[in-house]
Design a protein around this ligand. Structure first.
Ligand code: CAA
Length: 384
């Protein structure tokens, strides 16, 4: 059993860390600028040049040809600096590009994966609807087959990357009588007439990452843009989310590590300045730091165990849910402790702790709320 990166994975991780610490860090003030919530288009283009928009995609299809573990390490490193950039890459890669790699025809892979993996196009995943979030099977967006095309009608919401993306992996009902087996996946490009990008959400965190509503009003999608067979959409979505949730778990791990580092540095600085607040308070803070450090280490092991299984092609639904559940709770806990214990450097918006806290919260909510992950894990335990 090996619990360390190969030399190649470590070299890649260091390259991404350097990029995150320089170019991504420089972009944070623009992403956080009051009321702007500006999408970092230049940074995304740059990540395309560096091969970061197609990390686990073979070079023949325009990707970097690295493995899934390297990809997860990259999401972790990007998210240590900016969770917004982490989620842009995670959604684009695991729930938009990889499902096309897995389920697409040769033509679809050639046509779409190449553009996505090279960063020429950005991908999004359109499943959630105003009345269908946790219960993904109850989506209402319909797709009716008419003369070589599917005609889509309905509304999607909370769609990450929307507005900036050129490709929307969209799920719609082709047969309402068949429940989860009546849902089909479609590759909808942003130029499709009848597709409208709606209101951009103003969010407490993840400024820089776009989240919009989408509406389909008689949007005609050619039959050749159907991904998989009719009725396979739900299984395609759930399979994509297995990988996606490992990406979000890595994002949460990055946030938790950054918060822990801030806490360590802040408490050290306070001790050196002799303003530690007394022996008892210092002992309590050290105990909390120890506890958090153990949780972060455990989250790291869960994230990489899930990534390892995914990379080997093993079933990993339960492990992905476990990693996402634990890492996201750890991110909220660690960033909350940073806000609480670092005084002015915790609560003031001039310092990064409060941004980590705001960004961490959503990792408990998207790609399945943690309540859903407890159900997924529980169902697997009762089945085994
Ligand atoms: N892989 C492949 N197939 C799967 C699967 C998986 N991981 N999980 C389930 N399926 C298949 C089942 O085998 C079953 O197939 P059959 O009909 O052939 O037997 C079918 O899907 C239905 O399975 P369930 O009965 O388990 O489905 P359910 O209706 O009970 O739903 C659920 C289960 C887990 C609660 C699901 O609704 C769910 O995951 N909800 C959360 C939705 C979610 O995560 N949304 C994320 C939106 S995207 C996002 O957040 C991106 C972002 O912005 C960052």
């Amino acid at each position: 059993m090996e619990l360390q990166f190969t030399a190649e994975q470590e070299a890649f991780r260091q390259r991404v860390q350097h990029f995150a610490e320089t170019e991504v860090r420089d972009a944070i003030p623009r992403m956080e600028a009051d009321g702007e919530y500006s999408f970092p288009a230049g940074l995304v283009a740059r990540m395309g040049q560096l091969g970061l928009m197609g990390i686990p995609v073979p070079t023949e299809l325009g990707g970097a040809g690295a493995d899934f573990i390297s990809y997860i390490a990259a999401i972790q490193q990007l998210s240590r600096v900016s969770a917004a950039v982490g989620v842009i890459v995670s959604v684009h890669t695991t729930v938009a590009t990889l499902p096309i790699m897995k389920h697409g025809t040769k033509e679809q892979r050639e046509q779409f994966v190449r553009k996505l993996a090279s960063g020429q196009w950005l991908g999004a995943f359109a499943l959630t609807e105003p009345n269908a979030g946790s219960d993904a099977a109850s989506i209402r967006t319909s797709a009716k087959y008419e003369g070589g095309c599917y005609v889509l009608n309905g509304t999607k919401m909370f769609i990450t990357n929307a507005g900036a993306a050129q490709l929307y992996l969209t799920f719609a009902v082709t047969d309402p009588e068949r429940g989860t087996r009546g849902i089909t996946a479609f590759l909808v490009d942003s130029g499709t007439s009848g597709l409208r990008i709606g209101r951009k959400e103003r969010k407490m965190g993840l400024h820089g990452s776009n989240t919009c509503e989408l509406s389909f009003d008689n949007a005609h999608v050619p039959e050749a843009r159907r991904l998989g067979a009719e009725g396979e959409g739900f299984a395609i979505a759930m399979g994509a989310l297995d990988g996606g949730r490992i990406g979000i778990a890595a994002q949460a791990l990055g946030i938790a590590e950054a918060a822990l580092q801030l806490l360590e540095e802040g408490l050290l600085k306070r001790t050196a300045a002799g303003s530690g607040g007394g022996r008892v308070r210092r002992a309590a803070e050290l105990a909390e730091l120890d506890e958090l450090s153990a949780r972060v280490e455990a989250a790291r092991l869960l994230v990489y165990r899930a990534a390892y299984l995914y990379q080997r092609g093993n079933a990993c639904t339960k492990e992905a849910s476990t990693a996402k559940l634990f890492a996201s709770d750890t991110a909220v806990e660690a960033s909350g402790a940073a806000v609480r214990l670092l005084g002015r450097e915790g609560y003031s918006s001039c310092y990064p702790a409060q941004r980590l806290f705001r960004d961490a919260k959503v990792t408990q909510i998207y790609e399945g709320t943690n309540e859903i992950h407890r159900i997924v894990i529980g169902n697997h335990l009762l089945r085994s």
